[in-house]
Design a protein around this ligand. Structure first.
Ligand code: NAP
Ligand code: F7E
Length: 384
């Protein structure tokens, strides 16, 4: 039997990397779309890379961009994929307020380009399409918890672009009988998460603060609530959605919601540090209450303990309104009943396991001698 062929747009991103590895393990030939960049942007998939001169490659990369119709059409025509996972997007909600037109082009019209390419190439009966839809569609939530039938109310240029992508996927399914489905994925994180999303920003900061490389981290809205799962679980749902006989739309979530504040406390507690918050709004701050010597020594290292203990009472979390969004999504919590019953999917990581995976990973990253030698920390864009 010939191997199944998948095309992943956004293969260099968090989900693209996990999905590519997962599909290769399942025996697929995976083609990935990557953007040209002045520096290497393939860190997350370097372990899957195969030299173009190798025969029988199962991982093949193509230069492309979601804003380039001709390029997308040519690649889809060349690859003749059985499955397309459309994951490429400008995915940062705060940044979408700064780049609204580009976000609409890449995230909204980009999805149309993929669907239309499949139609023009007469692949509608061969190629199944997964569209990376998002819980951001619920925005100003109309129902708690959110499910497939909950009305959408997007609250950012990102979410509005994804709303177009959601509906154009449904429309192509209905108009042309395409196997095109939306996964409405709630926030999912991992050690591969981009450094400016809130969980990764926190776990990196916890690692650096514990290693005495950083005094304090500045955050935005500490009170918003998110339903966080592990990306490793969520890419399995993408695969399952495309294996169904009929195309359909599914909420993928854990059903548990947590504030940013509590995620910060959880992350510090992974290294044995108790943090409490005092004050409110822009004046809110988190400070160190106590340290569990045993847990700290085990996770961070005994050598760092004496210096850290001198910091008990110090403020390690501040609020900077620069991180506030013009319109915020206050609470997200998903009802995953349909995915559980129809796909047989369920999350295997709870928030504690996810948090531990990320914090321990970031401690290792920050400890790497070379990383520190090179000046370490990449300065984040102040406004992200
Ligand atoms: P991510 O880490 O930000 O990855 C996005 C990918 O898209 C990267 O490979 C990026 O390339 C690529 N990309 C961006 N603009 C592009 C363009 N114009 N042309 C071609 N490629 C482009 O995002 P993720 O967390 O893996 O999420 C995957 C998808 O799911 C996205 O569509 C996101 O909006 C959606 N989603 C994510 C979540 C979540 O919680 N993670 C939840 C719901 C939906 P570079 O590597 O070159 O930047
Ligand atoms: O923010 C608050 C922020 O940027 C989560 C994307 O993958 O998930 C992601 O979108 C919350 C927001 O993710 C900071 O205001 C506080 O309320 O991690 P985030 P997001 O906006 O939920 C959805 C499902 C997607 O589809 C998107 O592609 O955390 N927050 N302080 C902060 N957020 C950030 N980034 N930085 C802070 O300092």
């Amino acid at each position: 039997m010939s191997k199944k062929v998948a095309l992943i747009t956004g293969v260099t991103g968090q989900d693209g990397a996990y999905l590519a590895e997962y599909l290769i393990k399942k025996g697929y030939i995976v083609h990935g779309l990557k953007r040209r960049s002045s520096l290497f942007n393939t860190d997350r998939i370097d372990h899957l890379y195969q030299d173009p001169h190798d025969e029988n490659r199962n991982m093949i990369l193509h230069y492309g961009d979601m804003t380039d119709s001709m390029n997308l059409t040519r690649i889809i025509g060349d690859v003749q994929p059985d499955e397309i996972y459309n994951l490429a997007a400008m995915s940062h909600v705060k940044v979408s307020f700064d780049t609204p037109e580009y976000t609409a082009n890449a995230d909204g019209i980009g999805t149309l380009r993929v669907l239309e390419a499949v139609r023009l190439l007469n692949l509608t009966q061969k190629t199944r399409i997964y569209q990376a839809s998002t819980s951001e569609l619920y925005g100003l939530v109309q129902e708690i918890p959110q499910k497939e039938t909950t009305p959408f109310y997007p609250r950012s240029p990102y979410a509005v672009a994804k709303l177009y992508a959601y509906w154009i996927t449904v429309n192509y399914r209905e108009a042309y009988g395409m196997h095109a489905s939306n996964g409405i994925l709630f926030n999912h994180e991992s050690p591969l998460r981009g450094e400016t999303f809130v969980t990764r920003k926190v776990t990196r900061a916890v690692a650096r603060i514990a290693l005495n490389l950083q005094e304090k981290v500045y955050m935005g809205n500490l009170s918003s609530k998110r339903d966080w799962g592990h990306a490793k679980d969520y890419i399995k749902a993408m695969y399952l959605i495309l294996q169904q006989d009929e195309p359909d739309d599914y909420v993928i979530s854990t059903g548990v919601t947590t504030t940013i504040r509590d995620f910060i406390k959880m992350s510090f507690s992974e290294v044995g540090v108790e943090v409490e918050f005092r004050g409110s709004d822009e004046k809110e701050e988190g400070y160190i209450v106590s340290v569990n010597d045993e847990v700290f020594a085990k996770t961070v290292g005994e050598a760092h303990l004496p210096a850290f203990k001198k910091r008990i009472g110090n403020v390690v979390v501040g609020v900077d309104p620069a991180y506030f969004r013009p319109t915020e999504v206050d609470i997200l919590i998903g009802d995953n009943t349909k995915a559980r019953t129809k796909l047989g999917w369920e999350p295997t990581y709870d928030l504690k396991a996810l948090c531990q995976d990320m914090v321990l990973h970031d401690i290792e990253v920050m400890k790497r001698e070379e990383f520190l030698k090179n000046g370490g920390y990449r300065i984040m864009n102040y406004f992200e």
